[in-house]
Design a protein around this ligand. Structure first.
Ligand SMILES: [Zn+2]
Length: 442
């Protein structure tokens, strides 16, 4: 299907616009004009010319597109396949045996379903780590989303296979370059400090610097990981990563649950960023809660991630926002510890900082890319809106992704009034059904 409306486009008379700009302004009865993929004007008395296309936004709230800083998109295929299990049993008996049977076509169909769900629930940019990533890039191109994609590197036991695996990362790099689509970025993805040796970690860092991109990596997800690191390396995970010279402002550490205060401080000093995945951490019962308030005190940018749909089981960032706000309150016995505004920041502008794209996305301001989401305020769970001051709370505590009715990336309308413009949902589901048949039912 072809996208999209012809632009310039004026999104007119929104009930509310939550800009997430530096003053965190919330505008009432306002409009936004976009042209050539960018926001060019925003305000209450915006005048549209006759040649502009207009979209009536009465009864809607507009927010910046959400940024999911950590997922494994194709794992939609494994959604609901194995729940309520111990992590070891979950991985070794359920997830890994199935993943061994995955083909590029299966990854394509699973990732396409992930794109559909993200468009439906208001995510416009995401960070992904998996394999057969060229096919994931194909889905991002087709769907019209923004994606930062890495081949997940897990060191094989012997050196020759290690070289082969590195070639997969470099092949993805070349593939993304050939696509020449600015919405799709290549990033590095060493899986974790316990699955990659020092050599691989530093190789990833080197390529990231050369290509001016970031490195996504799982860090300190479980207490066991820290215990093993202390046993094997006589150092805690973050201390080890710093000692080998891996940490930098290019590092995006997923989870970062089991950290000491000095490790948090070190992340801050080195400029590293964190993808906080509260739903996955709770579901896999890793225990503990990531020290997010301490990260803020140490000036670590913290974004939100869903993690893969096998350990969540959804890609709905609204759900993740709510869970994030709740888990810290419950854990610290303090309802003020993680306020709604800060949670919305994590899902938008702070997420953009995590992927070093805060100059392009993460807020609604002139000059930024038009990555925009509209939610329907006529849905029962969105009534009432008391005033501008309560709106951010409404978004974090009352809303869910299915209140989203329009999703725009780069000025292109991917979903309009709940009608998908780039993907055909029935075709996507058909593809997934076939993949599941081949994968699970054999
Ligand atoms: Zn992960």
């Amino acid at each position: 299907m072809e996208p999209v409306l012809n632009l310039p486009l004026v999104l007119k008379d929104c009930d509310w616009i939550v800009t997430q700009d530096p003053e965190r302004r919330v505008l009432h009865k306002a409009s936004i004009k976009i042209d050539d993929g960018k926001i060019i004007e925003i305000g209450q008395n915006l005048i549209s010319s006759r040649k502009d296309e207009t979209m009536d936004c009465h009864g809607k709230v507009m927010i910046p597109g959400l940024v999911n800083t950590h997922t494994h998109l194709a794992m939609t295929l494994l959604r609901g396949y194995a729940d309520d299990l111990e992590l070891k049993e979950w991985l070794e008996q359920k997830i890994w045996p199935l993943e061994k049977r995955l083909t590029p076509d299966m990854v394509y169909s699973g990732a396409l379903l992930g794109c559909l769900e993200m468009i439906r629930t208001g995510t416009t940019c995401f960070v992904d780590m998996y394999f057969f990533m060229e096919r994931v890039a194909d889905t991002v191109k087709e769907a019209g989303l923004r994606g930062l994609l890495s081949h997940g590197i897990i060191d094989p036991p012997n050196k020759a296979d290690k070289e082969k695996d590195r070639k997969k990362t470099l092949a993805l790099l070349q593939y993304v370059k050939r696509l020449g689509e600015p919405r799709i970025r290549f990033i590095l993805g060493p899986h974790a400090p316990y699955t990659c040796d020092q050599d691989t970690l530093l190789w990833s860092k080197e390529i990231a610097e050369k290509e001016d991109t970031i490195v996504g990596i799982h860090v300190a997800e479980t207490r066991g990981e820290q215990a093993k690191s202390e046993d094997n390396r006589k150092a805690r995970v973050v201390d080890y990563l710093d000692k080998i010279g891996f940490l930098s402002e290019r590092v995006l550490a997923a989870h970062a649950v089991w950290l000491t205060k000095s490790e948090v401080k070190l992340l801050g000093e080195r400029g590293a960023r964190v993808a906080h995945c509260p739903v996955s951490n709770m579901k896999l019962a890793s225990g503990g809660v990531a020290p997010v308030p301490e990260m803020w005190n140490a000036f670590v940018p913290v974004g939100l991630g869903t993690d893969g749909p096998a350990s969540n089981n959804s890609l709905d960032m609204f759900e993740t926002m709510k869970m994030c706000a709740l888990i810290h309150k419950a854990y610290r016995w303090d309802p003020t510890i993680v306020p709604a505004q800060k949670v919305l920041d994590m899902a938008t502008i702070d997420g953009a900082k995590c992927v070093r794209m805060e100059k392009m996305i993460g807020s609604l301001e002139p000059g930024k890319m038009a990555d925009i989401v509209l939610l329907d305020l006529r849905d029962p769970n969105m009534v009432p809106v008391h005033n501008a001051g309560t709106l951010v709370s409404d978004l974090v505590y009352s809303a869910n992704g299915f209140n989203v009715d329009t999703t725009i990336v780069n000025g292109n309308v991917l979903m309009l009034n709940r009608d998908f413009r780039t993907l055909d949902p029935s075709e996507v589901v058909q593809g997934v059904t076939k993949s599941i048949k081949d994968l699970v039912d054999q």
